[in-house]
Design a protein around this ligand. Structure first.
Ligand code: ADP
Ligand code: MG
Length: 372
């Protein structure tokens, strides 16, 4: 657990990077710090491993003020990943990853064995181990950076915009990989990004920060937790932004993104035409009532069913398949203008009208507004 207690930082040149921040990053969770450039994200992160010392307040690691810890021993328990990976250019990939285990006292042979396993774990071909960082793509370098941070078995990981320098497709892969790793490892991760989509994708909790001294919609702010605009789960951030700054930052399309956190349990399903004698689009089913394709009665054109809305059990949010977003995606990707809902075994349950999804969304938006 990482706890920031009224932490502030004024750099020697007078720049106030952070006025007073209080928040707790829970054990085993990914806590994301997100906000515009200059709002103090990097400063906050570096206060955990004492690359920066606060000028007011305290940072506690598992209840102990880090100010009392010797920086180099503190850092052995904390993995650190930065943009462009920060790899040692003159060491091979394998030795980059093995560096920390060697520092921790393992034999070189043992450290290299561990390093090779970690490379595989982050999705790299073990053969890249003998290459030098410059011979790798940006995405591969970031994976090596993550492997290196994991190599020390540190319970805490600090990640400062680790994926910001790679293209969007590779970035999405790296995000998936991190979530997969985290579901195995359960580290306490503090993750910095300026990208709200990344924050929402990765965070168990998301802290939206504003620039110190910036005047938000509610006027100039100072005092307790002035830099923290909101600290909430991704779903909460999307449904109930605390103020105009957060709403603006989260973006105008937040309604669509919020769909993924809403269960489609109440969605009314319609009948779908499955009789080939019908005129328009007809859904073809196999013997087990699993949809195979759409066929148009007019010219016999056949189209794949596209994305299906899978309803497992009660269709509550969280199970990806049961979300309103998958329901809307199914409706919008269907040539018939109606999506296909199936059960956990892939058998037809019914049709989905995009309008019904929108209606449910409005209802839950009204409910969120009323409870504020
Ligand atoms: P972020 O990571 O959110 O972009 P930073 O923590 O890097 O923000 O910086 C916050 C503010 O502190 C910025 O105004 C930045 O220019 C300033 N700052 C960062 N490091 C230093 C430093 N070493 N000396 C003086 N000012 C700094
Ligand atoms: Mg930064």
């Amino acid at each position: 657990m990482i706890e920031f207690r009224a932490v502030g930082k004024a750099y020697p040149d007078g720049t106030v990077a952070l006025q007073s921040l209080s928040l707790t990053a829970r054990e085993g969770q990914i806590t994301v710090l997100v906000g515009p450039s200059g709002c103090g994200k990097t400063t906050t992160l570096r206060m955990v491993n004492r690359m920066v010392d606060p000028t007011s307040g305290q940072v506690l690691l598992d209840g102990v003020d880090v100010a009392g810890s010797e920086p180099s021993s503190l850092r052995r328990g904390i993995g650190y990943v930065i943009q462009n990976a920060g790899l040692f250019p003159h060491r091979t990939v394998l030795d980059n990853v093995a560096t920390i285990p060697v520092l921790l006292g393992r034999s070189r042979h043992e450290a290299r064995t561990t390093a090779a396993e970690l490379l595989e774990r982050v999705g790299l071909d073990p053969r890249v181990g003998s290459r030098y960082p410059a011979q790798l793509s940006g995405g591969q370098q970031q994976r090596v950076g993550v492997a290196r941070a994991l190599a020390g078995d540190a319970p805490v990981l600090l990640m400062d915009e680790p994926f910001s320098a790679v293209d969007p497709v590779v970035r999405a892969d790296l995000q998936d990989e991190l979530l997969r790793l985290q579901s195995d490892l359960g580290r306490t991760i503090l993750f910095v990004t300026h990208d709200i989509d990344e924050a929402i994708r990765l965070g168990d909790m998301v802290a939206v920060l504003r620039v110190a001294g910036a005047s938000g919609a509610t006027g100039g702010r100072s005092g307790a937790n002035s830099g923290l605009a909101q600290f909430a789960t991704p779903a909460e951030l999307l449904s109930s932004p605390a103020d105009d700054f957060v709403a603006e930052f989260v973006g105008r399309d937040r309604g669509y993104r919020r769909l993924q956190f809403l269960g489609a349990g109440e969605l009314a399903l319609t009948d779908l035409p499955t009789d080939p004698a019908d005129g328009g689009w007809v859904l073809l089913l196999d013997d087990d009532r699993r949809p195979t394709a759409w066929r148009h009665g007019g010219d016999g054109e056949e189209v794949a069913v596209g994305s299906l809305h899978r309803v497992d059990g009660d269709g509550t949010a969280g199970t990806d398949g049961g979300s309103l977003r998958s329901a809307l995606d199914a409706a919008l990707s269907s040539p018939a203008g109606r999506g296909v809902a199936v059960d956990a075994d892939g058998r037809l349950l019914g049709g989905i009208e995009a309008e019904a999804v929108i209606t449910l969304l409005h209802r839950s938006t009204d409910a969120a507004g009323a409870s504020r």
